[in-house]
Design a protein around this ligand. Structure first.
Ligand SMILES: Cc1cc2nc3c(=O)[nH]c(=O)nc-3n(C[C@H](O)[C@H](O)[C@H](O)COP(=O)(O)OP(=O)(O)OC[C@H]3O[C@@H](n4cnc5c(N)ncnc54)[C@H](O)[C@@H]3O)c2cc1C
Length: 809
C-alpha cells in the first residue's frame, strides 16, 4: 500500500466518492479514498435513491440542482450507469398553509431557474395515478426529480475519479488520524499508514467515530428509517401501458410520505413523528451491508394515511421492507468544511440526502481544499454553524425533532422546542417572568418580544402577520419616541490583544482601524473580495481591540481569525461569548438615561457618535460604544456577565421616569429596516461584494494591503453585477419573509434577502438584490409574496432619519 498522498478521503459512500471525483476534476491526482469494507457499505447501499432540488436554503437548492445535472457527466467519464430515471415529480398538499408554502417554493424556483408549476390535483393524478383526489387541494410539478441506483452512482463517481488518477483502497479501516508537528497527517489504517497533506472525514454512519480520533464530537446522529416496496399494483401496470412512461416521483407532505414507481409496484417511504436514533452513542464498526429488522407497527399511523391518500397501496402486497440508518445534523443540512483549529482536516458528513446533495458537497469541498474557498455560498451547510454547545445530547434531541418534522412546515415565526433552554444569559429568568417570548440563536435564548401585562407570551405561527405584530409595533414606537432597552448578549464579541493587533486587524478587515476610543464599521472579505463578515471594531487601547459581530457566525469567524493569526504570537484573539454580556439603550432619551447612570461626561461633545469609552455605571464597570443597530441615538453597554443583573437594575430604575420600555429582537429587526441596514447571513453573504451590498464606503482603498483588496478593486472597476436595494411594498396584511422573487416589468430579475414591517415608518419593507443595470429604475418593480405580486418601489434614502441626525445628535 502507498505511504503518501496529498489527500486521503476516509469513507467510500456516495459522499466520499464524490469528494474524490471532484478533487480529480480540479486536477489533483495524488488522492486516495480508503474504505473500511466495500464501497457503499454504510447508509448508501440501502438508500431509496430519490433526488430533488428542494431545500430551505436557495444556495443549497442550487447545489442540489448541480448534483442532479452531474450524473450524465460521471456516467460518460466512468462508463458506469447511475441508473438515473429523471421522471419529474409531483408534490401534493392537503391544507391551505402547505399550499401557501408551495406557492412560495414555486416563486423561489423562478429565480433559481427551476421551471416548477403549480397544478390542480386532477393534473397531478395524470402523473401519480394512485392518489385519491379528495385528499388534496393542489400540487406542484417539479421537473428535476427522480431516482437512481445508489450503488451504480457511487461506483460511477469512484470509477470516474480513478480514470482521472485517483486510487480507491477497499477493505481497509482507518483506525486513527494523527497530526505530525509539521502539520501533515498520519492516516493510520489496518493495512499501514499513509502520510497526507489533507484528511477528509466522509465516514457517513461512522463520521462521528472518525471525528473522535482527533477529539471532535461532530453534531450528527443516525436515525433508523424505513421504506417498503410493494408487489405489482394493477393501476401502475395500467398507467405504464396507457402512457408508455413511468409514474412520477411523489411527495405527499401531509401524509409525510415519499413515493415512486419500483418495477411494477411502488416504493413508499415515510418520516414518522416519533423517529428512533440508531446507535446513539457509538456506531458499531462491524455493522455493514445489514438491515435492521422491519418494524411496520412503528410507522403504522403513517401507513394508514398512505392507504387513505393512495388507496391502491392498501390493496398491494408488501414485497420488501428496507429499514436502515442514515445520519443527520441538528438542522438536517450537511456538515461540510474545515474544522476550526485542525489544519487541513475537512469534513463532508451528516449528508441526509446523498443523491440530491452529494455532488454539490463534493464540488464545494474540493474547491475549498484546492482554492481555500468553497466558491459558493455554503453557509447553510458549513460545519462552523455549530459551536461546542451542540454536544451529543443536544444533537440527539434536535435530530429527533427534525426527523419527525421532515415533511412539516416550519413557519418563519416558529420557535421549535427541543433542547431548550440550553444557553441562557443571567437575565433569562427575569425576562421570562416579565413575559418575554424567546427565540434561540447559536443555542442562546434571546427575547424576541415582551407580552403586555396580563397577556401570555404565545405566538400564533403563520406566514402572515401574527398576534405579536401590534406588540412589536408598540416596542418600536417606545424606542423612537422615548427610550428602549434590549439585551444584546447574543452578539459575538472578540478581544484582540498584543503588539501586532492593529497591523493584523488592518490586514484582516477592509476598513481603516479606528483611533483609540473610537469605533469603525468594517466588512471582512475573503481572498476573492467577497463578504465574509461585517463588524464593529473598537480600539480600547494601543494593543487592545474589541470586535462585535453576528452571534451565529462566532465559530465561522473564529476559524478564519485563527487560520490567519501570525505565527509569532504577537496577536491573540479571544471570543468573549456570554462572559461579556450586553444591553443596548436607544431612543431620543437614551443619553439622559446614560447620564443618570454615570459620573462620566456623556454629552455629545465628550462622547460623540462612533466612540467607545470604558466607564463605571454606578457600581458596574462597563465598556460603552456610542452606536445602535436601531439607527437611533443609542449606546451598546458591555459588562461582565456577573454584573449584568446589576446593570439591568440600574437601567430600569433610572429609566422609569423617562418612559423606558423593553424591546426584543423582532423590534430591533424592524427598526434597522427603517435605516436600510443589512444583516449577516441575509444581505451580507459570500456571494456578494461590498460594493454590491452597499458597503463600499466601509472599504478603505487608501490603506495598505488587506485580504480581498484585489477582488474588491476588480469589483470597483467592473461595478459588480448586483445592487442591494430597499423597497417599500404596497401590502396591507402580509410582509416578505426572505427569498421572494423580485419582478421588474413582468420578468423575475432578483430576490429578497429579508424584510418585514417597519412599524415606526408604517411601511412594509423588503431588502433584496437586483442586477445593477436595473437598480436605478424607480418604476415597474413587484415582489411576489405567497403567490401574489405586490407593487414595490425602491426607497433611495432611509425611511427614518435619512440624514442620520438622530444617531449623531
Ligand atoms: C432507508 C434509507 C433510505 C434513503 N433514501 C434516500 C433517498 O431516497 N435519497 C437520498 O438522497 N438519500 C437517501 N438516503 C440517505 C443516503 O443513504 C445518505 O444520504 C448517503 O448514503 C450518505 O452517504 P455517505 O457517503 O455520507 O455515508 P455512508 O454511505 O454511510 O458512507 C460512509 C462510508 O465510510 C466508510 N467508513 C466509515 N468509517 C471508516 C473508516 N474508519 N475507515 C474506512 N472507511 C470508513 C463506511 O464503510 C461507508 O462505506 C436514505 C437512507 C436510508 C437509510
Amino acid at each position: 500500500m502507498r505511504s503518501q498522498a496529498r489527500v486521503v478521503v476516509i469513507g467510500g459512500g456516495v459522499v466520499g466518492a464524490s469528494v474524490l471525483y471532484h478533487l480529480t476534476k480540479r486536477g489533483w491526482k495524488d488522492v486516495v479514498l480508503v474504505e473500511r469494507d466495500e464501497l457503499t457499505s454504510g447508509s448508501t447501499w440501502h438508500a431509496a435513491g430519490g433526488f430533488h432540488t428542494l431545500n430551505g436554503d436557495p444556495n443549497v437548492a442550487k447545489l442540489q440542482e448541480y448534483t442532479i445535472n452531474l450524473y450524465k457527466e460521471i456516467e460518460q467519464i466512468s462508463g458506469q450507469s447511475t441508473g438515473i430515471h429523471l421522471t419529474g415529480g409531483v408534490m401534493l398538499v392537503s391544507n391551505r398553509d402547505r399550499w401557501d408554502w408551495l406557492k412560495m417554493a414555486h416563486a423561489r424556483n423562478r429565480y433559481l431557474g427551476v421551471p416548477t408549476e403549480l397544478i390542480p390535483v386532477k393534473e397531478a393524478k395524470k402523473h401519480w395515478p394512485l392518489l385519491d383526489e379528495k385528499q388534496f387541494i393542489g400540487a406542484m410539478f417539479h421537473p428535476l426529480e427522480g431516482h437512481l441506483d445508489p450503488s451504480g452512482t457511487t461506483h460511477a463517481y469512484a470509477k470516474a475519479a480513478r480514470v482521472q488518477g485517483a486510487e480507491v483502497i477497499r477493505k481497509n479501516r482507518v483506525t486513527d488520524t494523527v497530526q505530525r508537528p509539521d502539520g501533515t497527517w498520519d492516516v493510520v489504517t489496518e493495512g499501514g499508514t499513509i502520510q497526507a497533506e489533507h484528511v477528509v472525514n466522509a465516514g457517513g454512519l461512522w463520521a462521528r467515530e472518525v471525528g473522535r480520533f482527533v477529539g471532535l464530537e461532530l453534531p450528527i446522529l443516525a436515525m433508523a428509517h424505513q421504506y417498503l416496496i410493494t408487489e405489482e399494483i394493477p393501476e401502475v401496470v395500467a398507467f405504464n401501458k396507457e402512457t408508455g412512461r413511468e409514474m412520477f416521483h411523489c411527495i405527499d407532505f401531509d401524509g409525510e410520505l415519499y413515493m415512486r414507481q419500483e418495477r411494477t409496484g411502488a416504493l413508499v417511504g415515510t418520516y414518522e413523528p416519533n423517529g428512533r436514533p440508531w446507535s446513539p452513542k457509538a456506531a458499531p464498526w462491524d455493522f455493514s451491508t445489514e438491515l435492521l429488522p422491519p418494524d411496520l407497527d412503528h410507522i403504522s399511523d403513517n401507513l394508514e394515511r398512505a392507504f387513505q391518500h393512495h388507496p391502491a397501496l392498501a390493496k398491494a402486497g408488501i414485497k420488501n421492507v428496507i429499514h436502515g440508518p442514515f445520519t443527520f445534523a441538528p438542522d438536517g443540512n450537511p456538515l461540510v468544511g474545515p474544522i476550526r483549529g485542525l489544519h487541513n482536516y475537512w469534513v463532508a458528513c451528516g449528508v441526509m440526502a446523498g443523491f440530491s446533495q452529494g455532488g454539490g458537497v463534493g464540488l464545494a469541498l474540493s474547491n475549498w481544499i484546492v482554492d481555500g474557498d468553497p466558491g459558493f455560498d455554503i453557509w447553510a451547510m458549513d460545519v462552523a454553524r455549530y459551536g461546542s454547545w451542540a454536544n451529543m445530547s443536544y444533537t440527539s434531541k434536535k435530530v429527533t425533532e427534525n426527523y419527525g418534522r421532515r415533511f412539516r412546515i416550519t413557519f418563519p415565526n416558529e420557535e421549535l422546542p427541543a433542547a431548550r433552554p440550553l444557553r441562557t444569559s443571567p437575565l433569562y429568568d427575569r425576562f421570562k417572568a416579565m413575559g418575554a417570548f424567546f427565540g434561540v440563536g447559536y443555542g442562546l435564548e434571546q427575547a424576541l418580544w415582551f407580552a403586555p401585562k396580563g397577556k401570555k407570551p404565545a405566538e400564533k405561527i403563520t406566514f402572515r402577520r401574527s398576534n405579536a405584530f401590534p406588540i412589536v409595533g408598540d416596542e418600536c414606537r417606545a424606542v423612537r419616541e422615548r427610550v428602549g432597552v434590549i439585551e444584546i448578549t447574543g452578539y459575538a464579541k472578540y478581544e484582540i490583544t498584543g503588539p501586532g493587533a492593529e497591523t493584523w486587524l488592518s490586514h484582516l478587515l477592509a476598513n481603516r482601524m479606528p483611533v483609540k476610543g473610537h469605533l469603525a464599521l468594517t466588512p471582512m472579505l475573503n481572498e476573492a473580495g467577497k463578504l465574509i463578515g461585517d463588524f464593529t471594531v473598537a480600539k480600547a487601547d494601543d494593543e487592545r481591540f474589541y470586535i462585535f459581530g453576528s452571534g451565529p457566525a462566532e465559530n465561522y469567524h473564529m476559524r478564519w481569525f485563527e487560520a490567519h493569526l501570525p505565527k509569532d504570537g504577537s496577536v491573540s484573539v479571544r471570543p468573549l461569548t456570554v462572559e461579556l454580556a450586553g444591553l443596548s439603550i436607544a431612543g431620543p432619551r437614551a443619553r439622559d438615561l446614560l447620564a443618570k447612570l454615570t459620573d462620566a461626561d456623556v454629552s455629545n461633545e465628550a462622547f460623540p457618535f462612533m466612540t467607545f469609552r470604558e466607564m463605571d455605571l454606578g457600581v458596574v464597570p462597563a465598556k460603552v460604544g456610542r452606536v445602535s443597530f436601531t439607527g437611533d441615538l443609542g449606546y451598546e453597554i458591555w459588562v461582565r456577565s456577573d454584573y449584568l443583573l446589576a446593570a439591568h437594575d440600574m437601567i430600569v430604575e433610572a429609566g422609569r421616569e423617562l418612559g423606558l420600555a423593553h424591546f426584543g429582537g423582532r423590534a430591533l429587526m424592524s427598526l434597522r429596516l427603517e435605516k436600510s441596514w443589512g444583516t449577516w447571513a441575509r444581505e451580507y453573504r459570500p456571494i456578494y461584494g461590498p460594493l454590491e451590498a452597499g458597503l463600499g464606503r466601509f472599504v478603505s482603498f487608501k490603506k495598505n494591503d488587506f485580504i480581498g483588496r484585489d477582488g474588491v478593486l476588480k469589483e470597483k472597476e467592473m461595478g459588480g453585477k448586483l445592487r442591494l436595494l430597499t423597497f417599500t411594498v404596497e401590502t396591507k396584511d402580509v410582509d416578505v419573509i426572505g427569498d421572494e422573487p423580485v419582478w421588474h416589468k413582468g420578468k423575475v430579475i432578483g430576490w429578497i434577502t429579508s424584510g418585514g414591517y417597519a412599524h415606526f415608518a408604517g411601511r412594509s419593507v423588503a431588502l433584496g438584490y437586483v442586477p445593477k443595470e436595473i437598480a436605478e429604475e424607480d418604476e415597474g418593480f413587484e415582489i411576489e409574496i405567497i403567490g401574489k405580486r405586490y407593487k414595490a418601489r425602491p426607497q433611495r434614502e432611509p425611511l427614518f432619519d435619512p440624514k442620520g441626525e438622530r444617531m449623531r445628535g
